[in-house]
Design a protein around this ligand. Structure first.
Ligand code: URA
Length: 276
């Protein structure tokens, strides 16, 4: 999907943040104006200036797969047990993409059109992680190309990022959960070695987790998303921030102000990591 170039005004409008510009005597930086716009939102708590580090309760690769308990009609074939995929060490990007394309480690492979490995700059400092492909992504083979993707592009643009430029986008699961349901813990566990290898290859400076499923899969904290925002977590030595999933924001417009706050927090965190 081609990145859409939007003006800052259009981006903030897309994010549902208003008023967009707050003219003041003496002029303001765009950031200060954006912060001012956010501060008009009700119930938007200030993000801490010096982020606290919240380490995961459990480490990610050793996390056991939860059983798949969903009831199925008797006539249907026995459920496929999701087994964490085993991948050879040291896979390159092309090998990893091929292994993902061929994967049959869980039942999601049965109904997919194709696996959706991820997209972007393979040397990116930023890694955004969503939940799993939807119908549009399943059809096109690229993450976040539907309505939620349009909003994600606006979110990226709001902090001067662009799909494909210093940004990589991946999902907790690489195949579409039927009916766009949330992937089950066992499916995320089965797919996690792919995400782990993507992170190893990328060596990003910062992970941004979009929504509860991605946060559960990577951090394993099993807390409400609201409790995970506004602080820097850590995954295998890499700083992590958490925000709302764009699809959730499309259904809960007032939460866009909080997501905007999270993005500013992520940008400040990145600046700090780069020593700015
Ligand atoms: N939602 C996600 O979590 N990922 C996508 O790729 C698309 C929608």
């Amino acid at each position: 999907m081609k990145p859409v170039l939007l003006s800052r005004e259009a981006i903030l409008a897309e994010m549902g943040i208003g008023p967009v510009w707050v003219p003041r005597q003496g002029g303001e930086t765009p950031d200060a104006m954006a912060e001012a716009a956010v501060s008009t939102a009700p119930e938007a708590p200030a993000a801490p200036e010096i982020p606290a580090v919240d380490r995961p309760a459990r480490s990610f690769p050793g996390r056991p797969a939860a059983p798949v308990n969903a009831p199925r009609p008797a006539a249907e074939a026995a459920p496929r047990v999701a087994t964490p995929v085993t991948i050879p060490p040291g896979l390159s990007w092309p090998e990893l993409r091929q292994t993902i394309a061929d994967c049959r480690a869980c039942g999601l492979c049965e109904k997919r059109t194709q696996a959706v490995p991820g997209v972007g700059d393979e040397q990116a400092d930023w890694l955004f992680i969503g939940e799993g492909p939807g119908a549009d992504e399943d059809a096109q083979g690229e993450p976040f190309v539907g309505q939620a993707g349009k909003l994600l592009d606006a979110m990226l643009a709001a902090i001067d990022l662009k799909r494909g430029e210093d940004v990589y986008i991946a999902n907790a699961v690489k195949c579409r959960p039927p009916g766009n349901r949330t992937p089950e813990p066992a499916e995320m566990a089965a797919c996690r070695p792919f995400l782990t290898r993507q992170i190893e290859l990328l060596q990003p400076k910062l992970l941004v987790l979009l929504g509860r499923a991605a946060a559960d899969s990577v951090l394993g904290l099993e807390k409400p998303l609201a409790a995970m925002r506004g602080r820097v977590h850590e995954y295998q030595g890499i700083p992590v921030v958490v925000t709302y999933h764009p699809a959730y924001l499309l259904r809960n417009l007032p939460e866009k102000a909080k997501a905007w706050e999270d993005l500013l927090f992520a940008r400040r965190t990145m600046a700090r990591l780069k020593g700015h």
